[in-house]
Design a protein around this ligand. Sequence first.
Ligand code: PHE
Length: 357
Amino acid sequence: MRELIEAWSGEAVVVRRDAPTGAWCFIALHDSTLGMPVGGCRMKTYDSPEDGLRDAMRLAEGMTYKWAALDFPFGGGKAVLAVPGSLPDEHRSGLLQRFARFVDSLGGAFATGVDLGTTPEDMRRMARDCRFIMGQAAPGEADDSVDPGPYTALGVLTGMQVALRHRVGRDGLQGVRVAIQGVGDVGAPLAQMLSRSGACLIVADVDDERARALGGELGAEAVSADDVYDVECDVFAPCAVGAILNEETIPRLRCRVVAGSANNQLDNDADAERLHDRGVLYAPDYIINAGGALAFGLIHQRVRSKAVLEDRVRRIGDTLDQILSEAGSSGESPWHAARQVAERVLAKGRSAASLRP
Ligand code: PHE
């Protein structure tokens, strides 16, 4: 763990071991230039606690760029609860309650919300013990906990259309073939939206039954979780875990666009060049999957209207359009262009901070 932390570019790591469940809780605080670090709370089983820490650090860094590209006044952070296997209900809720109290005790150094492995209902409960949970109704308002999944899906859908316009010069999704990897909290609503737009879908999930059920409902073909890389399609949409675009999988892809919701889709930066060299347009993950985060940020700023939230999320398409145009004229990869957009916002934030007394 010492090696991981020394090699990391972030600001702080908070570690808490939860003795009753054997879980390791990591909070990675990557960059607070733009504001309070905010990022989801992931619950997952890893091969080792170190893998959990590594994931937290990488995801926190992704959040820094996500907020920066949105030009939103939050910093990058992420929580990972590395659990030793699936927990019985009462152990799980005990862990979440202790973790909620712990995050509250940090007094605003970090705020969190739902992510892979946690649910809006978990967050609603955590919010009783913690003031720093995103997506909750303000005191006095009707009790509800927002599911960011559909907002994330809407941003991905919008980004996918922009990417297709750039890569193949077509507008609209009618008849476009899209292969979705992972039909969970974002992949499923994305599939519904695509289906309504007339796209032709291929779905896959580590839970085969889940893919088959959704496929049946939408008249989509279901393929196995491994076969999805080989599907001939216009768009490949990774909506599950990270690092799935790598040296092994990229040569297998038979798509023209990669546009999905998973965080950290690239195994490493060289994979952006690999995709670019193969003529695959990669819509950078933290640009097009920012819809849920943006909705949470706006709710935090007291925006309540669903129509306003959706309208703001759709503007992610304009950001991507700008990035793809910059990439197009410089010949660089979209990944590179996205990073420059985010770095410009961070540099502005740093110089503003240096002027403060
Ligand atoms: N988990 C989502 C993401 O990674 C949404 C989220 C954003 C959750 C910010 C909490 C805080 O973008």
